[in-house]
Design a protein around this ligand. Structure first.
Ligand SMILES: [Zn+2]
Length: 185
């Protein structure tokens, strides 16, 4: 996805693809969507680096499930009841418990199953993370979910670190009142 500004209207939009031909820029908003022509001078492409993500990026180090070496994980942590709102320290336990997945918690009491989202939960956010940190996060097939989704890859062996382990770690950290570091880069 490519962000661009329409200089005529000041609007910022996201394009699926964009090509230039003579004095025109042709933009598609979805893969199979119609192509729209704009005068090239009216279109300003916004470089992805200046893209501010609409959520906080948290970082922690975990042991790779496969090679058992330490590797860094990037994730968002947002509320289940409002996915665009970051879960921040000190934690709001009553809110996290209000939307707790009680059925899952009863089946597996070793996880609180707080009402929160981490990487693997919100497809749109996952893709934003992958786009920005393409060295660390890649599309990998998950046997558990039987689908391909963006995962942090181990910096030693390249294995994808799946949703379950990250969700579990974050639940534990919150339960233990640990502050999770933010990643600013
Ligand atoms: Zn590894």
């Amino acid at each position: 996805m490519i962000k661009f500004k329409n200089r005529k209207t000041g609007e910022i939009k996201t394009a699926f693809s964009l090509r230039e031909e003579r004095e025109k820029t042709y933009i598609k908003f979805s893969k199979d969507g119609k192509e729209y022509g704009y005068f090239r001078n009216n279109i300003e492409i916004i470089p992805p680096d200046s893209d501010k993500l609409p959520f906080r990026v948290y970082l922690y180090t975990k042991e790779c499930y496969k090679c058992h070496k330490p590797t860094e994980i990037l994730t968002y942590i947002t509320y289940a009841d409002k996915p665009a709102e970051d879960v921040i320290f000190p934690y709001d336990y009553s809110r996290l418990l209000k939307h707790q997945n009680i059925a899952a918690h009863l089946q597996d009491p070793s996880i609180e199953y707080y009402g929160l989202n981490v990487i693997g939960d919100i497809m749109e956010f996952d893709h934003m993370l992958m786009e920005k940190y393409s060295e660390r996060i890649k599309n990998i097939y998950s046997k558990t979910k039987n689908e391909t989704y963006p995962m942090n890859v181990c910096r030693h062996c390249g294995s994808g670190q799946g949703w379950y382990f990250i969700y579990r770690d974050i639940n534990n950290a919150i339960k233990n009142k640990e502050k999770i570091q933010t990643f600013d880069k």
